[in-house]
Design a protein around this ligand. Structure first.
Ligand code: GLU
Length: 301
């Protein structure tokens, strides 16, 4: 545990759409748990995916955050030095390049030429069982000099503690196979960029939706390979699901915060709605931003 030391967590939205209630719930957990953990909150814009991220969404995320009044500790920096100054993945390319060069020295990375269709044709059964693409390591011994970049995953179970989910055991070599670090478009992938950023930003408390739980062991493995000795505390919180049991998604155009605001809702009402839709409170009621912590019901490890 990191009690009393400098604890730092983050809210890390990707600007691929407007913020929706799912993000509001996530922010509520970030701020509620940060208070219990005595942690600073950093806002980091995760725009590593050049094809899907848009500037208009960065603007709208900042506007929604300001309206909600859940301001991160780097808010003043973002306001005074410009939103692109820090804490933004598209401005960190040099850092990712350097981290990848370090990883390449371990001899555990390799280039891959397999397309998604080719991988699926070989590993369809396991990929559908795992609900993610499973890569079988075919290019490991090819010695290609360009293409996608993957990292060899060890064939073993990795263990970590989660403050909400308890003890977790994952074997990335059976989940995703060799992890993708750089994709076909030469974008650094989510897993790679987030780990490099978390190390650089000294993040030691990670609070995010349970949909990202399955990535955690592989991220810890990568973190270790990048020489970070500290394993963060994790809290993977529940999600708001739609009537089909699916996660709300920006791409499916779930109710944006702007439309709730324009309909006259107040920030406390939007927070209450998010907790209600996640099944955490029974009736819809306003939740003041200073009262988030008890609702997060965290079982500390
Ligand atoms: N950028 C990711 C998202 O918007 C969150 C990443 C993380 O918390 O690790 O889903």
């Amino acid at each position: 545990m990191h009690l009393n030391s400098e604890n730092i967590t983050r809210f890390a939205p990707s600007p691929t759409g407007h913020l929706h209630l799912g993000h509001i719930l996530s922010m509520a957990f970030v701020y509620g748990i940060a208070e219990k953990q005595n942690a600073k909150v950093l806002l980091r814009i995760e725009d590593h995916d050049k094809e899907r991220c848009k500037e208009e969404y960065v603007e709208s995320i900042l506007k929604d955050i300001e309206w909600l009044g859940l301001l991160p500790n780097n808010w003043d920096d973002i306001q005074t030095k410009g939103k692109e100054h820090l804490y933004r993945q598209s401005f960190r390319t040099e850092r990712y390049k350097k981290a990848l060069a370090e990883l390449n020295l371990t001899g555990e990375t390799y280039h891959c030429h397999c397309s998604r269709a080719e991988i699926l044709s070989r590993t369809n059964a396991l990929s559908s069982k795992n609900e993610e693409l499973y890569y079988d390591g075919l290019c490991r011994t090819e010695n290609f000099q360009s293409g996608l970049v993957r990292m060899v995953m060890p064939s073993k179970e990795l263990v970590f503690m989660d403050g909400i989910q308890g003890k977790c055991i994952q074997n990335p070599s059976m989940q995703c196979g060799d992890m993708l670090l750089v994709d076909r478009m030469q974008n650094y992938t989510y897993n790679f960029a987030v780990v490099v950023d978390d190390i650089y930003d000294k993040i030691n408390v990670i609070i995010r939706g349970v949909d990202l739980l399955s990535c955690t062991a592989r991220q810890n493995y990568l973190r270790d390979k990048l020489g970070s000795v500290e394993v963060p505390l994790f809290f993977h919180h529940p999600l708001i699901l739609d009537s089909q049991g699916q996660k709300l998604s920006k791409r499916l155009k779930s109710t944006g915060i702007a439309s709730l605001r324009e309909a006259g809702m107040k920030p406390a009402e939007v927070l209450g709605l998010a907790f209600h839709q996640a099944g955490i409170i029974e009736s819809i009621q306003p939740i003041d931003k200073s009262k988030l912590s008890p609702l997060c019901q965290v079982a500390l490890p």
